[in-house]
Design a protein around this ligand. Structure first.
Ligand SMILES: Nc1ncnc2c1ncn2[C@@H]1O[C@H](COP(=O)(O)OP(=O)(O)O)[C@@H](O)[C@H]1O
Ligand SMILES: CC(=O)OP(=O)(O)O
Ligand SMILES: [Mg+2]
Length: 379
């Protein structure tokens, strides 16, 4: 079965046509800078909006469009309505819309992509696969924030967690690599991309994760702050920042960008290596926050079989993996330098032979996971 996977972002549409049985990517591409205009107001990007973008994608698909059996959509926030992938209808669209304010960088764009794709490909089922679904197994103690319970219930304020499709996919592959059943493994998965999150996985179930009500909490990200004292928000609001300014500050102007002037980890690393003190400090904060979660999740799991690195930074930056785990040798967490620095693209062990805790690199593939989930649902 061939599934067309759409990851519709605020300014981009990434797509792949995947043959699920063979895991082959038949065709892949991306539209960028959707909706952007130059200083004269002329369209500057690949498409004027998501609808126009999807028509362009359809043109690029050509005759292949006729081979699509289902469309799988990445949807970041599913609230507490969705615990598994669903076939999209008007009601599902409305539920995705209802939680859009909780993932302002993601859900509105996901929904625009869904609407455009359903209009462009009306004859096949469209399946939503949610970042939040995997984390719905979290125990209440991990999901609940200690605020007035009536207010929390009225506004749906709780921890949801994100990147679940990736965390789950990587956990399954980690178990295969270790040659042990996932059901008996305690794992910490570090998804370190532009967005970043850590998840504690016990027997294949998410028991805690670093993102929260929104994808803003937790680790230091490209442009997002991760954790900070909620009192800081009150202080900034009282100091005169508007709500929109505060939103932009925390979601779009913080993280590596705020600390070091670039949201791209490659730039930050290069700057740190050439002696830039801000970049060096940004890396120190980044690594400190990761260790904070590794320690916390080791305690919540009550043991640990493996720490797993994935996503852009986790898969590609040996020196940063080493930096993230520096000083944790007493927990049995160590890297084998040669294994860590191997240029291999495959899932692999990077801890020394016989380590108490394994350290792994496992490439994530959210598109394949979405294709598999959509195929399983419509089969
Ligand atoms: N070799 C590398 N060294 C350090 N960082 C890298 C490397 N390759 C990619 N990255 C970083 O990975 C991040 C993007 O990760 P990715 O998982 O592709 O993000 P997303 O899917 O959220 O766009 C960027 O910060 C990029 O700089
Ligand atoms: C949820 C999230 O942060 O996604 P991304 O990493 O794609 O921004
Ligand atoms: Mg990503």
């Amino acid at each position: 079965m061939r599934v067309f996977v759409v990851n519709s972002g605020s300014s981009s549409i990434k797509y792949q046509l995947i043959d699920v049985a063979s895991e082959q990517v038949v065709l892949a591409g991306m539209l960028e800078r959707i909706g952007q205009r130059d200083t004269d107001g002329q369209p500057a990007g690949d498409a004027a909006d998501h609808t126009a973008g999807m028509m362009l994608v359809l043109e690029r698909l050509g005759a292949e469009a006729g081979t699509i059996a289902a469309v799988g959509h990445r949807v970041v926030h599913g609230g507490d309505v969705f615990t598994a992938p669903v076939v999209i209808d008007a009601e599902v669209e409305a539920s995705i819309q209802a939680v859009s304010a909780l993932a302002p960088l993601h859900n509105p764009a996901n929904l625009a992509g869904i609407r455009a794709a359903r209009a462009a490909l009306p004859g096949v089922p469209h399946v939503a696969v949610f970042d939040t679904a995997f984390h719905q197994t979290m125990p209440p103690a991990a999901a609940i924030y200690a605020i007035d319970r009536a207010v929390a219930a009225e506004h749906g304020v709780r921890r949801y967690g994100f990147h679940g499709t990736s965390h789950q996919f990587v956990a399954v592959r980690a178990a295969a690599l270790l040659g042990r059943p996932l059901a008996e493994l305690k794992l910490i998965v570090l998804h370190l991309g532009n967005g970043a999150s850590a998840t504690a996985i016990d027997g294949g179930r998410s028991i805690d994760t670093s993102m929260g009500l929104t994808p803003l909490a937790g680790l230091v990200m490209g442009t997002r702050s991760g954790d900070l004292d909620p009192g800081a928000l009150l202080h900034l609001l009282r100091s005169g920042l508007s709500i929109d300014e505060l939103d932009r500050l925390l979601n779009s102007r913080s993280g590596l960008l705020g600390l070091a002037g670039s949201s791209d980890m490659r730039d930050v690393r290069a700057a740190a290596e050439s002696g830039d003190a801000d970049a060096e400090r940004a890396l120190a904060v980044w690594a400190h926050r990761i260790r904070h979660y590794v320690g916390a999740y080791l305690a919540q799991l009550g043991g640990l079989d493996a720490v797993v690195f994935t996503a852009g930074v986790g898969e590609n930056a040996p020196a940063l993996r080493a930096r993230a785990l520096a000083g944790l040798e007493h927990l049995g967490l160590a890297l084998d330098a040669a294994r860590n620095e191997s240029p291999s693209r495959d899932a692999r062990v990077i801890s020394p032979e016989g380590s108490r805790v394994a350290v792994l690199v496992v490439p994530t593939n959210e598109e394949l996971a979405i294709a598999q989930a959509a195929a399983a649902l419509v089969a």
